[in-house]
Design a protein around this ligand. Structure first.
Ligand SMILES: *Cc1c(COP(=O)(O)O)cnc(C)c1O
Length: 395
């Protein structure tokens, strides 16, 4: 397996970086010359530019997305004794943020067809202690802003968006990050907007929340050597901000390329829908920024997920599973008291999902390659397929 040449990588940042190599080198040299490594000009510029791009007033750069959640919740006044609702099928950082902020996480199930948080389940989880909900705009699709705002109004809770996978996503006229009280973004290298290392940002329309995160990320000091709260050290490096400034103008175009690739996948995969292979549903059209392209290998598939994954790997096609174990079944979080069976959709999806290669620049030929490999293993596995061998050969 290790000697198989990669034909379709899962993510390829090279083509993206080649396009802007010179600009990135100039940005780095400029920071080197100026020497403003911490809280410098590029960071201030990027905070403003990224907040604007999200239709939000303030941006505060932090060390990573996890810190954006932790410090953001703290700045929103959420902490000890407060319950925060979040989906069971998110990347673990959402849960870490809630716990690090001192709040009590309350997990809920997701919808089976989109993998987004089930707001009806969330409604049932509300108690007198519920202060907030974290909709995770998973895989690049926003949770419905209309439904979220209605939920927040009805239950008198704050919305804090985890937009780490949804830079510039749109739905119902809202941008990711512009729906709630505040939102967290990550600039981990493989995110839709990625630094050359770790990075994150808290965005908000609330001047006080922004000010508070500025203080928290910088030792709890609203001004130098004057500490009004404990805080921490979590700043977005100026060097990383200078790279993100170079990349930001391309982001919309890169997201469009992802969306186009997803549409090509959708169209071709429809041919094997009858074999139990179904993509997660997109309810936001071109507003879905496809951080990941995720399909479900349902029980009606003649071949199981492992066999499909293996066939793709042998053909040099890289895939992933995001994520194989839901938060409530992770060893570190058993003290939360959940057990197998608590969140059936999240648990089922963990066993069914497969993330196919997705990045701006993924070609139609590569998408066909992925499809052809999947189709042939599926036909091999189904009696029906042996009848219709022509489909295998001719694709
Ligand atoms: C990446 C990610 C995070 C955390 O971001 P880091 O920068 O890696 O700390 C949080 N939530 C989700 C949904 C993510 O995908």
């Amino acid at each position: 397996m290790t000697n198989i040449p990669v034909k379709v990588p899962f993510v390829d940042l090279q083509s993206q970086h080649q396009q802007i190599q010179t600009q990135m080198e100039q940005a780095i040299s400029s920071v080197l010359r100026r020497g403003d490594f911490i809280l410098g000009k590029d960071l201030a510029d990027f905070e403003l530019a990224f907040a604007n791009a999200c239709d939000v007033s303030y941006g505060v750069g932090v060390a990573c997305g996890t810190d954006a959640i932790t410090l953001g919740l703290q700045a929103c006044g959420i902490g000890n004794g407060d319950e925060v609702i979040l989906p069971a099928n998110t990347f673990i950082a959402t849960l870490i943020g809630v716990i690090r902020a001192g709040a009590t996480p309350v997990l809920v199930d997701c919808e089976e067809d989109t993998a987004l948080i089930d707001l009806e389940a969330a409604h049932k989880a509300v108690t007198a202690k519920t202060r907030g909900i974290i909709p995770v705009h998973l895989y690049g699709q926003m949770v419905s802003p209309g439904k979220l705002l209605e939920f927040a109004r009805a239950n008198k809770v704050m919305i804090f968006e985890d937009a780490a996978q949804a830079h510039l996503a749109q739905r119902e006229g809202y941008r990711a990050g512009a729906v709630g009280m505040a939102a967290a973004f990550s600039f981990y290298p493989s995110k839709n907007l990625g630094a050359l290392g770790d990075g994150g940002m808290l965005v908000t329309n609330d001047a006080n929340v922004a000010q508070k995160v500025r203080s928290l990320r910088n030792y709890g000091a609203p001004r130098k050597y004057y500490h009004t709260e404990i805080g921490t050290n979590s700043r977005l490096d100026n060097l990383q901000a200078s790279i993100l400034n170079v990349k930001l103008p391309y982001l919309e175009q890169w997201n469009q390329l992802r969306n186009q690739a997803a549409q090509q996948y959708d169209a071709i995969l429809a041919k094997i829908g009858n074999l139990g292979i179904i993509p997660l549903q997109n309810h936001s059209g071109t507003g879905h920024v496809y951080h990941l392209y995720v399909i479900r290998i349902t029980p009606s598939s003649p071949v199981d997920r492992e066999a499909i994954l293996e066939a793709l790997a042998v053909a040099g096609i890289q895939t992933g599973i995001h994520y194989p174990i839901p938060c409530h079944l992770q060893p570190a979080y058993q003290h939360l008291g959940y057990c197998l069976g608590d969140f059936p959709h999240a648990e089922t999806l963990c066993n069914e999902i497969l993330s196919l290669p997705m990045y701006p620049g993924l070609s139609e030929a590569q998408i066909h390659q992925v499809f052809d490999t999947m189709q042939s293993i599926l036909y091999k596995g189904s009696a029906e397929g042996f009848v219709d061998q022509s489909a295998v050969i001719l694709g």
